[in-house]
Design a protein around this ligand. Structure first.
Ligand code: APR
Length: 253
C-alpha cells in the first residue's frame, strides 16, 4: 500500500470506530522541544546517572540534587508549548464517540492542547506528593527555587514529584484504566513510542488481541510498526493532523 492509501485506510478505521485507545510516548513531545530522559542528560546534568536522579535510592542519598533536577525539568516543560500533534489528538477525542489517551509522558502538553480523558501511566511532573504518606502537595513558588525538597504538612516526610521512578510500580488505577480501554478498543493509535518500556509496550498487543485495528505513527520503524495494521512513517506533528483531517472527511462523506 502506498502512503496515501495507508493514511486513508487508517482514517476509515478511525471514522468507523466506536472506541479508540491512543498510546503516546516521548516522540509526541519531541517537536515541542522536550528532551527525552536520556537526551536530557546534557549540559549541567550530563555528569549524573539517571538512576541517581530518578530512583528511591538516589533520592535518599541526595534529595537536594533530585529536587533541583526535577525543578529544572518542570521549568522546561512549562516553557514548552503543545505542538500540532498534541492538538490533533485533542481534536480526535472530540470526534470519536469514546476516546482514551494513555501517555507515558510526564509532561502535561496533552492536557494543555485540550485532551481531557488522559491516563498518565508514568505519572506527572507537575504534581507532587509526600514520599512517605503519599499526601498530595501544592507546590509553592519559593519551593521551586529551594535547594532541598519541601516537607509534607501532615507527616514531615520529603515531598517528591509524582512520577514513576526506576524500580517503582506504575500507578495501578492508571494501569487498570489503560488496560480496560485497550481491551475494549476498536482502534489503537500508537504515536511516538519506541515500544521498549513495559508494561506500556504491551498495550497495542492487548488491543490487537481484542480485535482492534492498530495504527502506528513514528518516523522510525520499530517492533510496533511491524505488528501494526498500518505504519504511518513521519513526525507526529505532520502526520496526526493529516490523519485527523482525513477522519473528519470520512465521517462527513
Ligand atoms: N513524531 C513521532 N515519533 C517520534 C518523533 C516525532 N516527531 N521523534 C521521535 N519519535 C519516536 C522515535 O522514533 C522513538 O521511537 O519516538 C520514540 C521515542 O522513544 P523513547 O525515547 O524510547 O520514548 P518512549 O517510548 O516514550 O519511552 C518510554 O521510557 O525513558 C522512559 O519513562 C520514560 O516514558 C518513558 C519510557
Amino acid at each position: 500500500m502506498n502512503p496515501s492509501s495507508q493514511l486513508q485506510s487508517a482514517a476509515a478505521a478511525l471514522a468507523r470506530a466506536g472506541r479508540v485507545v491512543c498510546l503516546t510516548g516521548a516522540g509526541v513531545s519531541a517537536e515541542s522541544g522536550i528532551a527525552t530522559f536520556r537526551d536530557a542528560q546534557t549540559g549541567l546534568w550530563a555528569k549524573f546517572d539517571p538512576q541517581e536522579l530518578a530512583s528511591q535510592e538516589g533520592f535518599a542519598r541526595n534529595p537536594g540534587l533530585v529536587w533541583r533536577w526535577y525543578m529544572d525539568r518542570l521549568h522546561w516543560v512549562e516553557e514548552a508549548q503543545p505542538n500540532a500533534g498534541h492538538y490533533a489528538l485533542a481534536e480526535l477525542e472530540r470526534i470519536a464517540p469514546d476516546f482514551t489517551l494513555v501517555t507515558q509522558n510526564v509532561d502535561n502538553l496533552h492536557e494543555r492542547a485540550g485532551s481531557v480523558n488522559v491516563v498518565h501511566l508514568h505519572g506527572s511532573i507537575a504534581r507532587f506528593r509526600c514520599n512517605r504518606c503519599a499526601k498530595q502537595h501544592a507546590l509553592q513558588p519559593a519551593e521551586r527555587e529551594a535547594d532541598l525538597p519541601p516537607r509534607c504538612a501532615v507527616c514531615q516526610g520529603l515531598v517528591r514529584p509524582d512520577v514513576v521512578w526506576f524500580g517503582e510500580m506504575l500507578p495501578q488505577a492508571m494501569v487498570a484504566r489503560a488496560w480496560q480501554a485497550a481491551e475494549a478498543a476498536d482502534v489503537a493509535l500508537i504515536v511516538g513510542t519506541s515500544g521498549v518500556v513495559y508494561p506500556a509496550a504491551q498495550l497495542p498487543y492487548v488491543a490487537q488481541n481484542g480485535g482492534a485495528f492498530v495504527i502506528d505513527i513514528n518516523p522510525e520503524a520499530s517492533g510496533l510498526s511491524t505488528m501494526a495494521d498500518v505504519h504511518l512513517a513521519g513526525p507526529s506533528g505532520e502526520i496526526s493532523p493529516r490523519l485527523v483531517a482525513a477522519v473528519q472527511n470520512a465521517r462527513t462523506a
